[in-house]
Design a protein. Structure first.
Length: 356
């Protein structure tokens, strides 16, 4: 039952991202929850002759801290018995819920609220505390109503142990699965050698920028290490990789330091790198890149075998215009790189479509 609600919750999250104006998934959550509660009520009545575990699902979903709808469902849970009593004309529910039972959702809500704002313990500790608090509250209510029997206590206690074991195991598996998915996603958008974002990430980011409503100008630069083939031929491919790694780390550090989160650094392969910056100051970008060229001219990359490799790079920087695609912007930057190399390398050229 908990797994069913979790799947519905995940569906709702995806649904809101795609169709943010549709909230029909809330109907499914409520409808299925009511059906689940009726099943729980009937099963516990038939097996232990007392209604138990009715708050387990809302407690679980509230502690996941996702959909606020569950606070409302927790509050209306006691009324399900009243509804069943009204529409079934059964005497089974006549004396089950009284005024004392209104304490139950209030106390459980207070416990859940405290646990949600208690950041230190992991989920399984919070869940265990919540379920045993629910158990003690339920025993208190049964005591006040003079319905408490020893076999009820044992049955509910054992049921709680089973639920805690099952849910914490499921949650552990869910977390592991999410970690694996995150790891696979990270690896799919990262360059193996440098750790920079790769072309897949670049393509995804540009699609997002294409649909973004933000009016901040976007600057795009392509950088290419000068005479990198000679570096590989002279010092070997492993030392060439050391140059790529050193350059990527320094480039990423400087770009992120100067432009905070409004930027990204990519490696497409070989000695070619790309940066995307949401900023209107192309002079600031050019200054940063020229400073990097000066840095590597005086700070060689030291190889494991003691060699020192000096190198430079050329680049083309351009502004993305509203009436063009990002592929056109990229092509213009690429043209500027070749022009920079033809002009003698170790320079950064800037030009937008409207420049003379």
């Amino acid at each position: 039952m908990i797994v069913a609600q979790i799947h519905l919750e995940n569906y709702q999250n995806v649904d809101k991202k795609i169709h943010h104006e549709k909230y029909h998934s809330n109907f499914y959550i409520v409808f299925i929850y009511l059906a689940q509660e009726i099943c729980i009520i009937e099963l516990t009545l038939q097996n232990i002759n007392v209604i138990a575990f009715t708050f387990v699902i809302p407690i679980t979903m509230i502690l996941r801290n996702r959909n606020k709808l569950w606070w409302g469902l927790l509050a209306i849970t006691p009324t399900i018995i009243v509804i069943m009593n009204t529409f079934t004309f059964s005497q089974r529910y006549q004396s089950i819920y009284r005024v004392t039972n209104l304490l139950e959702p209030v106390l459980i809500a207070a416990v859940c609220f405290i646990l949600l704002h208690w950041n230190k313990p992991p989920y399984y500790i919070k869940y265990t505390i919540a379920l045993y608090a629910n158990f003690l509250i339920h025993v208190l209510v049964l005591t006040l109503e003079h319905h408490l029997e020893f076999n009820f206590v044992i049955s509910i206690l054992l049921g709680n142990c089973f639920i805690i074991l099952t849910e914490t195991s499921r949650h552990h598996y869910e977390v592991k699965q999410q970690e694996e998915i995150s790891k696979l996603h990270y690896e799919s958008i990262r360059d193996d050698l440098t750790g920079l974002l790769n072309y897949r990430a670049f393509d995804q980011d540009l699609k997002k920028l294409s649909h973004a409503e933000d009016s901040t100008p976007v600057l795009l630069a392509i950088l290419d290490i000068d005479h990198f083939k000679n570096v590989n031929d002279t010092y070997g491919h492993l030392n060439g990789n050391a140059v790529l790694h050193a350059f990527s780390r320094k480039l990423e550090s400087k770009v992120h330091h100067n432009f905070d989160s409004n930027c990204a650094v990519y490696r497409f392969g070989g000695e070619e790198f790309t940066i995307v910056v949401k900023d209107d100051s192309y002079a600031k970008v050019i200054k940063l890149l020229n400073n990097l060229n000066e840095y590597f001219a005086s700070h060689p990359v030291k190889t494991p075998d003691g060699q020192q490799i000096y190198f430079s790079f050329s680049g083309g920087l351009t502004r993305h215009l509203e009436d063009e695609t990002f592929n056109q912007t990229l092509a213009r930057a690429d043209t500027l790189v070749y022009q920079a190399k033809n002009l003698g390398r170790r320079r950064i050229l800037y030009k937008s479509k409207t420049d003379d």
